[in-house]
Design a protein around this ligand. Sequence first.
Ligand code: PMV
Length: 361
Amino acid sequence: MTKKDFIPKPYKSSLQQGEVTWESPSNIALVKYWGKLENQIPANPSISFTLDHCRTTTTLKFQKKQRTASNFDFELVFEGEKKESFRPKIQKFLERVEPYLPFLKDYSFTIETSNSFPHSSGIASSASGMSALALCFMSLEKQLDPEMDEEYFTRKSSFLARLGSGSACRSIEGELVVWGMHNSIYQSSDLYGVPFRDEVHENFKNYRDTILLVDKGEKQVSSTVGHDLMNDHPYAETRFRQAHDNLDKLKKIFRSGDLEEFIKVVESEALTLHAMMMTSQPYFLLMKPNTLAIINKIFRFREETGLHACFTLDAGANVHLLYPDNEAEQTLEFIENELKQYCQNSQYINDKVGSGAKKMA
Ligand code: PMV
């Protein structure tokens, strides 16, 4: 599909008012997206596990206006309270998606959101938040165009979510989602995420992710600034090629179930992401002493037990500990006994791979 396919024909139905609720999860990238071109086109392909428990719930209430206005009309409510600070981000999102949702100025909207994870836990809520909002708008559009098929609905939701926050396009479906053109991934696209449809070994079923909350503060570098730093980064081209190669490697690993090889790719991706930040101009160091303490503990744990827990990182200090379901008992014990002490207020979140967003009744 091209972006023109997402521009709707005149709608056959009309709609005065209503409301719709979606719950959408966060995701954790295994091959990282870092660097983008214009219009939120990724500089390299990425793949992520969709999460299960870390979710945003968004209710969109809409009321048709007497007359189409020249501005967007929306109110934001976050966890029960009006939230003006989200306005610029939502305004920008609406501007970007308007060509694809031409009804936006015909309605007044109330957008109510809440997260399942603690507020300002350092967990990026943009992926779950933007995907939930995109899905709500698609549910409205589906009522204007009742013949819309499910595949179009899903693709366009991901396409719109991408325009809100790149990685959000990987949160619509589960369990593994690829975003960005890649030679050997069927139907992969720079415009939206697609589920990874190749064989996936039993070892990766119900894969666990415990998010160790090292630093709950604000990110030191917004991802917009971060992506831009790849524009004239000395290692950019090599990095982008490496992401393609790592995706090829993961494709084989998902088939074979080789956990040792999985660890090598995933941990190297996380460290490469941070290496890119450390070697850009200006440079950023987002890992904290406790991030490194946890990583070293993980190395030692693997050496001593022969188990397969590994880490990955986002653009922040928190550590995602990934491990197979059948090693959960020992790994959870390790977290309690040895890792919890490095988390702010001893906080961590147990999550696992999930199947994507859900529409609520
Ligand atoms: O979706 P954005 O623009 O916030 O970028 C997210 C980038 C990383 O989380 C660091 C990596 C990824 O692929 O999710």
